[in-house]
Design a protein around this ligand. Structure first.
Ligand code: PBG
Length: 332
């Protein structure tokens, strides 16, 4: 209802297509789907254990028996994949992370049990040493505390093969060593696992947003930081270089991590690559939304959906997110 005769002489009025929800739906460019989601899950030893991660409300460390029940729910919700992370007891950690390639290890047993129960669910395993090393770094250290590259890659390749042997569909190196994608591809192929895919954490930044995850796994580095292997948050061109190297070495999917503070990186990578791009909406991003939501300072569900849509709009095909279950329930 016009209340004045004042009319702008406009040819274009973008608001015409925003007048109601039907119109908005018709012109919506990005749609979040359950198919986009990968749910990270934490497994611990023991039985009948379900322990909430204090800094990640709604996320739990599960013992294998309870994890299997949760996994069945996740699969029933239509979430296509989970990313598995182990909580390793201190007594099994050592300088070189040798528990990581134990054929009877927690990850190996868990993968086998999940695939036996839910064969269609894609199981993605983390290839990195930090949950297994006594010092909490993603690699082997020299006397000066520097993380050795090639020696670490040798262990990572063994670890990836043992995960594939247990039934992993996809291995996800999150360590940021040079040359690990090529070495892992070759090791997998040599053992006959040509169909096991590699999801490469290609542009993984040395980020403070990983704090709650390190609480979840008790995996914070005991000394120093991860800046000699993870990327400097100030760099973008270097992310392209990392992605190009990983694709040349055989990565099937490349990933940017964290997601929200690095939307520009997701977009730049999307524009120059021809493989799917994943983004990891990490623990700190999750914790911030949960904490502000608990305080009543933001509308948690709306901020969650807006965040995930923005990650997809930036160019991510897949999103690893601790919100996956909540989102899948909402989208149902
Ligand atoms: C370690 C690893 C980390 C995360 C996934 N794999 C932490 C780190 O690099 O210290 C973080 C995930 C999150 O914060 O949600 N290989």
């Amino acid at each position: 209802m016009s209340t004045s005769s004042y009319v702008l002489d406009l040819i274009q009025r973008p608001r015409r297509l925003r007048r109601n929800e039907s119109l908005r739906r018709m012109v919506r460019e990005t749609e979040l789907s359950v198919n986009d989601l990968i749910y990270p899950m934490f497994v611990m030893e023991g039985e009948n254990q379900k322990v909430e991660v204090v800094s990640m409300p709604g996320c739990y460390r599960f013992s294998l028996d309870l994890l299997l029940k949760e996994v069945a729910e996740i699969a029933a919700l239509g979430i296509p994949a989970i990313a598995l992370f182990p909580v390793i007891s201190e007594s099994k950690k050592d300088e070189t992370g040798s528990e990581s390639y134990n054929p009877e290890g927690l990850v190996q047993q868990t993968v086998a049990a999940i695939k036996a129960q839910s064969p269609d669910l894609v199981v993605i395993t983390d290839v990195a040493l930090d949950p297994f090393t006594s010092h909490g770094h993603d690699g082997l250290l020299d006397e000066a505390g520097y993380i050795l590259n090639d020696e670490t890659v040798e262990v990572l390749a063994k670890m990836a093969v043992s995960q594939a042997r247990a039934g992993a569909d996809m291995v996800a190196p999150s360590d940021m060593m040079d040359g690990r994608i090529g070495a892992i591809r070759q090791a997998l192929d040599n053992e006959g696992f040509t169909n096991v895919a590699i999801l490469a954490y290609s542009a993984k930044y040395a980020s403070a947003y990983y704090g709650p995850f390190r609480d979840a796994l008790d995996s914070a580095p005991k000394s120093g930081d991860k800046k000699t292997y993870q990327m400097d948050p100030a760099n973008a061109i270097e992310a392209i270089k990392e992605v190009e190297l990983d694709i040349a070495e055989g990565a099937d999917i490349v990933m940017v991590k964290p997601a929200l503070p690095y939307l520009d990186i997701i977009r730049q990578i999307r524009d120059v690559t021809d493989v799917p791009v994943a983004a990891y909406n990490v623990s700190g991003e999750y914790a911030m939304i949960k904490a502000a939501g608990e305080k009543g300072w933001i509308d948690e569900k709306k901020v969650m959906l807006e965040t995930l849509v923005s990650i997809k709009r930036a160019g991510a095909t897949l999103i690893l997110t601790y919100f996956a279950k909540e989102v899948a329930l909402l989208l149902k």
